[in-house]
Ligand binder design. Structure first.
Ligand code: MG
Ligand code: MG
Length: 255
């Protein structure tokens, strides 16, 4: 399947979805504190998205699955990497929590994630958050016309590994547009000069997933939650971006 190039108008429609997604994520971020449940965070995001007449992209995904995703956000705590299902779990001082959320508005999708400290966290956790978020921007800055997707993957991997951390192998970024997951898959590791060339109008989500320990993961019995096999801390940041003639545009940028 080919990489879909979007018109300026399409990107502007994605921007509308992105604004709603940002509003939901920022409201969740403001509510993160010791004592709150991940289910309460989910409701905040759900109410904002639905209140705008938009649709939570994750809910019911993938369609036709035996185990469709049952919530608006994913909330992944500590050793949980991605796809943690929100519920009764109470956030504790010292946790880190990754919140991922997608919004579909007028047929266009935006997808973004961040990881936040809950109250006071260890220096080790803070450094992990900082490295992971920085690696996302290292990837974004070379999303330029004629550069290759492998260059982006390599930039993220090189930055992370150069600081003594690891990137997960099995999960990565992806094209996004009318569908949440489009071509290409964008690993957070790879070689320069490999993959398709980026063109203006390509839109995709970059999402580095980083840990100090082994990058090996496993999926829990709930069929969704991905955890680090060694139980170590991990973090995840994601933006939906567009490649333009003038460089990368972050559609899910926070206000
Ligand atoms: Mg996401
Ligand atoms: Mg994504």
């Amino acid at each position: 399947m080919a990489i879909i190039v979007k018109s300026r108008r399409n990107i502007s429609a994605m921007q509308d979805a992105a604004k709603i997604n940002v509003e939901a994520l920022q409201a969740v971020d403001e509510a993160i504190r010791p004592g709150v449940t991940t289910g309460e965070l989910d409701k905040i995001a759900h109410d904002i998205i639905v209140g705008h007449g938009a649709i939570p992209s994750f809910y019911g995904y993938p369609s036709g699955s035996r185990y469709p995703y049952p919530a608006t956000i994913t909330a992944s705590i500590n050793e949980e990497l991605v796809h943690g299902i929100p519920g009764d779990r109470v956030l504790q001082e010292g946790d880190i929590v990754s919140i991922d959320c997608g919004t579909t508005y007028k047929g266009w999708v935006a997808d973004s994630a961040f990881t936040a400290p809950v109250g006071r966290v260890s220096d080790e956790a803070l450094r992990l958050l900082e490295i992971t978020e920085s690696s996302l921007y290292k990837g974004i800055e070379i999303c330029l016309p004629d550069r290759r997707f492998g260059d982006v993957s390599n930039a993220i991997q090189t930055f992370v590994e150069g600081r003594g951390y690891n990137v997960v192998r099995e999960y990565g970024g992806h094209g996004v547009g009318r569908n949440m997951h489009e071509e290409p898959h964008i690993p957070n590791w790879g070689r320069k000069g490999q993959g398709h060339r980026m063109r203006p109008g390509m839109t995709f989500a970059l999402e580095p997933m980083v840990m100090a320990g082994s990058p090996q993961t496993q999926v829990l019995d709930d069929h969704w939650t991905v955890v680090m096999a060694d139980g170590g801390l991990c973090a995840h940041f994601e933006h939906t971006i567009a490649v333009t003639e003038n460089g990368p545009e972050i559609l899910t940028k926070w206000e």
